[in-house]
Design a protein around this ligand. Structure first.
Ligand code: NAP
Length: 275
């Protein structure tokens, strides 16, 4: 019987997950399908019951359900618990829901692929702009990769303070001081929504950046954000958000099909063409 998977969210029509997973389903000639299912905020319980009735074996979760999904799962792993959100669910044969979060994996996997030498760099100090859901995944990815000094700057400082309290090696600075922190780091990551199509640009200066400082913008619509353009103009190594998006899908596919698929040029080109 055809195995069914999907992404749930609201809005969900813009999600690239159906394109990514269908690419791999076709590549491995699996008898499966993956689609997008609109589930409105406040409708998660009903939405899950409906998915189970219709025989779905797993799903990805996007805005606004990532935090509520964590509470709804029967089992969650350590990384989802730490991040405080679930983006991937697998349905067991007994109907139990197992949740994980693959964003930290996706962030680091693409950093490893795009800048293979970064783990052996001199200082391995990172500046993370933003303290939303994606920032938490990025920071736990960095901690897991052994980065010893992480500085967070968020517009709403309280949010960063509350969240970072008690996490070793993570410090918080005022949003107003973000430009001053640039000179002391080897990696800068934008996890704010700024620079996305329809939102203002990120107001941030790379003037103090040392040569070789990696600039990683996880925003992927557009791929070439103003921050990426500014970093390119300075000759700094850049990483766009597309790779994280593709790599975070790999462990989900593995959880459902027991295959860890590759992020190859064919897939990158296909998805880049959608952005
Ligand atoms: P979120 O939880 O809503 O967090 C948004 C962040 O942006 C917060 O830190 C917020 O600061 C900041 N922000 C928003 N407007 C701002 C402004 N005008 N000035 C300064 N800061 C502002 O969103 P998220 O889920 O973390 O996602 C953030 C971005 O990452 C989105 O563009 C999303 O598409 C992208 N993303 C990419 C991937 C990928 O695979 N490449 C994965 C996940 C997310 P406050 O706390 O002060 O509001």
């Amino acid at each position: 019987m055809t195995r069914r998977f999907c992404v749930i969210g609201d809005p969900v029509a813009q999600s690239l997950s159906p394109r990514i997973h269908t690419h791999w389903i076709n590549r491995y000639a699996l008898d499966a399908c993956y689609d997008a299912v609109q589930v409105a905020a406040g409708e998660l319980e009903h939405g899950i019951a409906d998915l189970l009735d219709r025989g779905y074996r797993g799903w990805n979760v996007t805005i606004p359900h990532k935090v509520r999904m964590l509470e709804r799962c029967d089992h969650i792993d350590d990384i989802a618990r730490k991040i405080g959100a679930v983006n991937t669910v697998a349905v067991g044969d007994d109907g139990a829901l197992t949740g994980t979060n693959t964003d930290a994996y996706g962030f680091i996997a693409h950093l490893d692929q795009a800048q293979p030498g970064w783990r052996h760099g001199p200082g391995r100090r990172a500046l993370v702009l933003g303290a939303g859901g994606a920032a938490r995944a990025v920071i736990f990815g960095l901690i897991g990769a052994g980065v010893g000094a992480i500085t967070i700057a968020n517009r709403t400082r309280d949010k960063a303070d509350q969240w970072a309290a008690g996490i070793a090696d993570v410090s918080v600075i005022d949003w107003a001081d973000r430009n001053d922190a640039v000179a002391a780091v080897d990696l800068i990551v934008n996890t704010t929504a700024l620079g996305m199509t329809g939102l203002p640009d990120l107001d941030f200066s790379l003037d103090g950046a040392a040569p070789g400082t990696i600039v990683y913008d996880i925003v992927y619509r557009p791929l070439e954000t103003p921050l990426i353009q500014a970093a390119r103009a300075r000759g700094l190594p850049v990483i766009t958000g597309l790779g994280m998006l593709l790599h975070q899908a790999r462990p989900a596919f593995k959880a459902w099909f027991d295959i860890l698929p590759p992020v190859d040029h064919e897939l990158m080109d296909a998805i880049a063409g959608e952005l």
